[in-house]
Design a protein around this ligand. Structure first.
Ligand code: GCU
Length: 592
């Protein structure tokens, strides 16, 4: 996590802008974290005049002649974390810049470095402290931070953040999504205090292919010479001290007898890292994940992924989910379904979610929003996607639950797309060689009326193939699944990453009547029978856990800007198909 701060220092020294690598400061319990969550004043700026008007100065009229045409103190407030669309009725459809302002006081302390850290802000942010620009960030679902040591005042301070969720052709995602483009400071905003030399980042896990060897590294920031780092797993009787090199990095390799983490036994160990006056605690599970032919092996044993896809939308309350409670409710429903796996779509969900998955024993597919068609030949778009990939991996590389990094969802088969995604796959492997790389594909060849072959060239660069098929909804009839055979060109594990049908909760009718619970049940029953016959199938994550807001769903009285493919309604009501999938997962789990 903190390795990026190292980049920040280097970057500023080298005159690069901070936005090349978005430095991350993990909210590690030992750190002094000062929350800036709560009410922030805001100004909606539909014509993007705030920058020219220098809203970041948070100016006040000094006298009767002074012309200042905004005043944050007299402006309305928004809650942070939170999106503006679900907080303000008149901002439900709003896309564009909103300026946030927060005044706060701070007590400076000797030998302390200070950072302002954002868990996530959708989509493009400019951050200012006391009128001074700190930097910019692009990407709606990954954390970023800026060092403000020497910039923060002893006493009164004000932060101004412009957040703009306007969609752009060259952005990631681009112009078109089937989810609501919630804008704002959607995750925590905190000040983080660090000692002058601190533990910036670390990776601790089982060495590849071993159950008794721990390997990893620690990166210090601020140290100019070799320094001692002590690594402990008290419960396993592990205590090791290693020295960093001149660049502040130390490699860790040592034997340890550890209970392996798995859905059935989500064992987490308290891990302590200390260096100088700095100390970090974390909870880490140890497990191995790999493939063998069409199987996925967890701790060396084949595992079948009983999954569900889900968006990060708050149940009942609506809007972007961000609380611990939101995560517990959503993952609680997945657990109730009988899942051991969740596909977090189509963007990195909050850290609450992946840490809870660690504790609950749910395996995770985490994805960056390279979604449908994007500006494949634009180098800035590629760099943006690489940054989001980098930050997704950097935030969760110590989470045992996360086993799959997904590069994209339903992207068109064309050469420029393949070049783009091949480079992302290479980048992902360089960043993390211990997890599996995947993507959700949806282009199949028709090899006869009842045979479909997944031969998308992207499959070559993946460890696990994801396939979205909507047989029975967007094409064919539910019962056509009874005859359908699925093949893939590669001897690799296949996850049916999406299938489903829409119905509002409580709408009933004939089995073949769309938009009814009976139709959804019927589709699931035929799908499940079909899936059981696919030899290389190693998991599934039907679309979708809960109904969610979408700007592409218009049917009055049925959709009303909701995608209704949920097995649970947006109000938490379980549809009949929920029990169909639950029964199938119970069968798999019990083998009966
Ligand atoms: C697509 C896509 C989802 C979308 C779903 C649907 O496959 O990946 O984001 O919501 O289908 O059409 O319901």
């Amino acid at each position: 996590m903190r390795r990026l701060l190292f980049f920040l220092v280097i970057l500023t020294a080298a005159g690069c802008s901070a936005s090349d690598f978005y430095p991350l400061i993990q909210n590690i319990p030992d750190r002094t974290i000062i929350s800036l969550d709560g009410s922030w004043h805001f100004i909606v700026d539909p014509y993007e005049t705030g920058l020219k008007a220098r809203f970041y100065l948070n100016a006040k009229a000094k006298n009767k002649q002074d012309l200042v045409e905004y005043d944050f103190d007299k402006s309305d407030v928004l809650n942070v974390p939170g999106d503006w669309n679900s907080q303000k009725k008149d901002l439900f459809f709003y896309e564009g810049p909103v300026w946030y302002e927060k005044s706060f006081s701070y007590r400076q302390r000797e030998h302390v470095r200070v950072f302002v850290s954002f868990g996530g802000a959708n989509y493009f942010s400019r951050v200012y402290l006391n009128g001074e620009a700190l930097g910019e960030h692009e990407g709606g679902f990954t954390p970023f931070s800026f060092e403000i040591t020497g910039k923060i005042h002893d006493g009164d301070n004000f932060l101004v953040v412009e957040v703009n969720n306007a969609r752009r052709r060259d952005a990631v995602p681009a112009l078109n999504t089937d989810w609501w483009n919630y804008g704002g400071l959607t995750r925590d905003v905190v000040l983080v205090e660090e000692p002058e030399t601190y533990i910036q980042d670390y990776v601790i896990q089982l060495a590849k292919g071993s159950y008794e060897e721990v390997s990893g590294w620690v990166q210090l920031e601020g140290s100019t010479s070799a320094q001692q780092v002590t690594f402990e797993i008290p419960e396993a009787g592990v205590k090791k001290t290693v020295s960093t090199d001149a660049a502040g990095r130390a490699e860790l390799h040592f034997p340890a007898k550890l209970e392996l983490w798995s859905p059935a036994h989500p064992k987490l160990y308290k891990v302590i890292l200390s260096a100088g006056s700095d100390k970090v605690h974390d909870s880490i599970g140890f497990r191995t994940i790999e493939t063998r032919g069409t199987q996925i092996l967890l701790n060396g044993k084949p595992i079948f992924l009983r999954g569900i896809s889900m968006h990060e939308e708050a149940p009942v309350r609506g809007g972007r989910a961000f609380t611990q409670q939101d995560a517990e409710t959503l993952l609680g429903w997945a657990r109730e379904l009988g899942c051991n796996f969740v596909r977090l779509t189509h963007y990195p969900h909050s850290e609450n979610m992946t840490r809870l998955a660690d504790r609950m024993g749910l395996l995770v597919w985490s994805e960056i929003p390279v979604y449908w068609d994007i500006d494949w030949e634009n180098p800035a778009t590629l760099q943006n996607a690489k940054n989001q990939l980098h930050d997704m991996i950097a935030r969760d590389h110590n989470r045992a639950s996360v086993i799959l990094w997904s590069l994209s969802n339903e992207t068109p088969v064309k050469p420029e797309r393949l070049t783009f995604l091949r480079q992302l796959a290479e980048a992902a492997r360089q960043l993390d060689s211990t997890r599996l790389i995947t993507s959700a594909m949806n282009h199949v060849d028709e090899a006869g009326p009842d045979t479909r072959t997944l031969s998308d060239p992207l499959g070559e660069y993946l460890d696990v193939l994801g396939l979205n098929e909507y047989l029975g909804w967007y094409w064919g009839r539910p019962e056509d699944a009874d005859r359908m055979q699925w093949k893939t060109t590669w001897d690799k594990p296949l996850i049916m990453s999406e299938f489903g049908a829409e119905t509002p909760y409580g709408r009933h009718g004939a089995l073949d009547q769309r938009w009814t619970e009976e139709y959804q049940v019927n589709l699931y029953q035929h799908q499940i029978a079909m899936l059981k016959k696919i030899p290389s199938l190693t998991g599934l994550s039907p679309w979708v856990l809960t109904d969610f807001h979408s700007p592409r769903r218009f049917l009055p009285g049925i959709q009303d800007y909701y995608n209704r493919k949920g097995l649970v309604s947006n109000l938490g009501q379980h549809k009949q198909a929920f029990s169909v999938l639950q029964k199938y997962y119970r069968e798999i789990e019990t083998g009966k």
